[in-house]
Design a protein. Structure first.
Ligand SMILES: Nc1ncnc2c1ncn2[C@@H]1O[C@H](COP(=O)(O)OP(=O)(O)O)[C@@H](O)[C@H]1O
Ligand SMILES: [Mg+2]
Lengths: 228, 245
């Protein structure tokens, strides 16, 4: 069974057809790169999978059903969305503590995820003063709170320093090796090429390539060819 | 549900804005009570007993702060886009708003009670110093009514914040409406005043309103609750269903 199934998904914003009859599946235990030019519809697709945006037609299933029907959403899916935001006046720890409480998770989870993303030193600083890279780390920590089986990441490498990007790569690889699933949208092809097993490329809301990424193949060439 | 309410309370406790508003509410009430005592000396048609009761009824003036707390607690989530995280953890959006109603009911009640206590302390002290009688009939009822009304405004704030979503717009609408528009409408159409939220809250608080015959207190409460429910229901049918992008 696939971890994520997108079936004939469409969504328009006014006259803009953001996602157009898009279908794909993401296999469990894989890292799938979700690629496409700016405005291709990646973020809209991910938000529809997560129940935040209602599709005009089609459906998205995660772990067998729609996100809204998940019994324990944080254990099933962790998500980092584009430009993840925080209340500027709250500390990283307070932000995590609020969501941990809402999700009914054990208190130790907060320190654990802070440690996982290497943010323990900044835990008691207000998120308003965080750099883009620190915000990405905090967003990832939030996604990891429920120790989820599936991670959905929207341009997570944005703003990460080279060491951070290197760390993220290792983290995702280890994550998938535990049999978990990662769907990640990114523009950094050289980075994702090193860890992805599958590729989905969309353009103007439509899939233009889906398939495995053979070791040694050139992702950039594949991407440029598919989106031309 | 309990853990969602608890999460809201954790958030309220962590927020500087909440602390500031919670401190300003009783201070404002004390100022109003002081003003009430200062004006006691002036000639007026109102019997002295009513004027003494009105000093304590200034506990009502905390309403702006609980209203703001409710609005910021909901619309603030949209403003800072933290609503995305909330809906990811709890995809049932109605439950998120219900938890906020419960939590800001608790926060509002606490602020209302502290404000009432501060009003009593300041009022009694100043009345005593001014050589006036310190109490009058109907004071406990006025205080209880004020606590209920101030708590109710917190709930109304949650409903308005969810319905309007834009924090600045919600605050502006609420301030204009509850500080001016209701009074203006009541002046223009005296028969209407008792049916407006301010009229209902004042009836609940056992206060009088210029130019308007108010409903009895037992009817003011349910009418005010109906306004809260209407705002929440409207939000569930419209804004809460919208895409979160
Ligand atoms: N809330 C919105 N309102 C109007 N248009 C939107 C909205 N969100 C996305 N779009 C449009 O939908 C298209 C796809 O956007 P998006 O999903 O963000 O693409 P990507 O993430 O691939 O860059 C773009 O043309 C974008 O302008
Ligand atoms: Mg995007």
């Amino acid at each position: 069974m696939s971890a994520i199934t997108v079936t004939r998904l469409s969504k328009s914003f006014g006259a803009v057809r953001a996602v157009d009859d898009l279908s794909f599946t993401v296999g469990p235990g894989t890292i799938t790169a979700f690629l496409g030019p700016n405005g291709a519809g990646k973020t809209t697709t991910l938000r529809m999978i997560l129940g935040l945006v209602t599709p005009d037609s089609g459906s998205a299933a995660i772990g067998g059903g729609p996100y809204r029907d998940l019994v324990d959403p944080v254990a099933a899916v962790g998500a980092v969305l584009e430009a993840a935001a925080f209340h500027p006046g709250l500390t990283a720890r307070a932000h995590l503590e609020i969501l941990r409480t809402a999700a009914g998770l054990a208190p130790e989870r907060v320190d654990h995820v802070l440690d996982q993303v290497d943010l323990t030193g900044a835990a008691d600083r207000r998120a308003g003063g965080f750099s883009l890279g620190m915000r990405q780390r905090l967003a990832l920590a939030t996604a990891l709170l429920g120790d989820p089986a599936v991670l959905i990441l929207d341009e997570p490498a944005n703003g990460l320093d080279p060491a951070g990007a290197h760390w993220l790569r290792g983290f995702l690889r280890a994550y998938a090796l535990q049999g978990r699933t990662v769907l990640v949208s990114t523009h950094v092809l050289a980075e994702i090429q090193q860890i992805a097993d599958h590729v989905i490329i969309i353009s103007d809301g439509r899939a233009v390539f889906t398939g495995p990424l053979a070791p040694g193949s050139d992702l950039e060439e594949l991407y440029l060819e598919a989106t031309r | 549900m309990n853990r969602l309410i608890h999460a809201e309370l954790v958030k309220a406790r962590a927020s500087r804005t909440v602390r500031v508003l919670a401190v300003l509410a009783p201070l404002t009430c004390m100022l109003w009570a002081g003003l009430g005592v200062a004006l006691l000396g002036l000639e007026g048609r109102m019997p002295a007993e009513d004027r003494i009761r009105n000093v304590y009824a200034m506990a009502q003036q905390a309403y702006l702060f609980t209203l703001l707390l409710g609005i910021l607690g909901t619309a603030g989530e949209f403003r800072h886009q933290t609503i995305t995280w909330r809906f990811l953890v709890t995809p049932d959006r109605g439950r998120v708003v219900s938890a906020k109603l419960a939590a800001y009911g608790i926060v509002g009640l606490a602020v209302a009670a502290v404000s009432a206590a501060a009003t009593v302390a300041a009022g009694a002290l100043l009345l005593h110093l001014g050589g006036h009688p310190v109490t009058a009939p109907g004071v406990p009822a006025a205080l209880l009514g004020a606590v209920l009304a101030v708590t109710g405004y917190g709930l109304l704030g949650v409903g308005l914040g969810a319905l309007i979503r834009n924090q600045t717009a919600a605050v502006a609408v609420a301030l204009i409406w509850f500080m001016y528009a209701d009074y203006l409408l009541t002046m223009l159409l005296p028969g209407l005043g008792r049916w407006l939220p301010t009229g209902a809250a004042r009836a609940l608080a056992g206060m009088s309103m210029e130019n308007a015959e108010l409903l009895p207190a037992w009817a003011g409460g349910p009418l005010f609750a109906a306004y809260v429910l209407a705002a929440v229901l409207a939000a569930r049918l419209t804004t809460l269903r919208r895409d979160v992008t």
